[in-house]
Design a protein around this ligand. Sequence first.
Ligand code: TGC
Ligand code: FAD
Length: 403
Amino acid sequence: MAADTPPPSPSSSSRFDPGDPLGLDELLDASDLAMRRTVREWGEKRVAPHIADWYERGELPDVRALARELGALGALGMTLEGYGCAGASAVQYGLVCMELEALDSGVRSLVSVQGSLAMYAIHRFGSEEQKRRWLPGMATGEIIGCFGLTEPDHGSDPAAMRTRAERDGGDWLLTGRKMWITNGSVAGVAVIWARTDEGVRGFLVPTDAPGFAAVPIAHKGSLRASVTSELVLDGVRLPSDAVLPGAAGLGAPLGCLGYARYGIVWGAMGAARSCFDTALDYARTREQFGRPIGGFQLTQAKLADMAVELHKGLLLAWHLGRRLDAGKLRPEQVSLGKLNNVREALEICRTARTILGANGISYAYPVMRHMANLESVLTYEGTTEMHQLVLGKALTGLDAFRG
Ligand code: TGC
Ligand code: FAD
């Protein structure tokens, strides 16, 4: 640059886009944008017109057809290589999670559990035979998977799990209960984590095995358009090759949570975006005291703060995605992302709710539904407190989990 050329300075020569105020789309390449567009268009046609009704009725109807369509989009196990999986980047997976959660956290949950938990566990810890048996059908959505770690009495502290697997001749016998299991009642295969004499091991349980039962959990005030179940394992007999050979110790199931938590970092911003867009539109058109409520300074302060947190959260998600694609993402960094983005997404949804006034509590708008969903998202895949403690331990070197 010539000595007399002034350095670039902020100017208003480029357009300000209220949907992308930081110009973050410039961080995405053509295939990222194409993937986002494809999933958004699918969701607008297939899910958006019905989701409020499904949610109110407390069901995700025709979940098997939905899973097959998501499989056809390449969204199931999409970052995995081989076995019919798309081998996409972590950033693309994040964008898909965001589009799906902008529809409803339940749709993103279906995909997270299928791909990032069940398929990931088989891909990472399974034998070649297990991978060939399960993964191609799971990638197309023909087979739905679930992931059973949480128990009725052991959620944040899975190290204390009671579900047990014992050797019986050449077989394994599984006994115990798993609670709050997404996809449980519609799964063809359950990845079950159980205590054994050799420590925690993972088992692939075909859900038609005698002694296995999945009981849907009713009366939920959140994640209503999602299948959530209790799993009962009453002496389920499995052949010796049902155990995941590469998974030994609690590190195995905890190691599976990384990808799913990363997807939530993006997904939560999808729910927040939907609430922000709804609130902005409402603020421009709803009139009180003779003018649009978006013209009041207090409403503008809310919208400005929401936009700041939404786009900071997206920048954080993209940064973590780039680190994941480069093989440099640490679990503590995932904790930071999940902690921040879910907490801020919930705050954005709550603020949107206030902008909509009484309409904010109506299912005619998506805000209350997203807000209630995010209460589950705040809890599953590690509660806010667990991620604070993970970060606290990394910062201080002191483990505060056990007092
Ligand atoms: P700790 O001694 O810290 O760890 C035991 C072993 O695990 C390793 N490890 C991890 N590895 C990879 N990624 C992580 N995030 C890991 N966290 C721990 C660790 O290095 C160690 O390995 P090794 O080789 O030394 O043995 O274990 P701890 O018992 O002290 O527990 C730590 C704590 C509290 C962080 C952990 O228990 C935890 O994350 N608790 C939260 C449980 C949780 O998140 N459950 C999620 C269930 S699945 C779900 O919610 C699905 S919802 C899906 C949807 O619908 O979207
Ligand atoms: P608890 O562990 O009992 O915690 C209760 C409260 O105590 C929380 O606020 C927690 O942060 C706090 N607390 C606990 N220990 C400490 C501590 N040491 N210090 C400070 N505070 C502490 N699990 C699966 O395995 N698979 C699934 O597919 C799945 N899907 C789910 C779907 C939904 C809709 C929901 C709601 C949950 C799902 N879960 C699933 C379970 C989820 O992972 C657990 O609910 C979560 O890990 C928390 O466990 P808990 O509910 O038993 O709460």
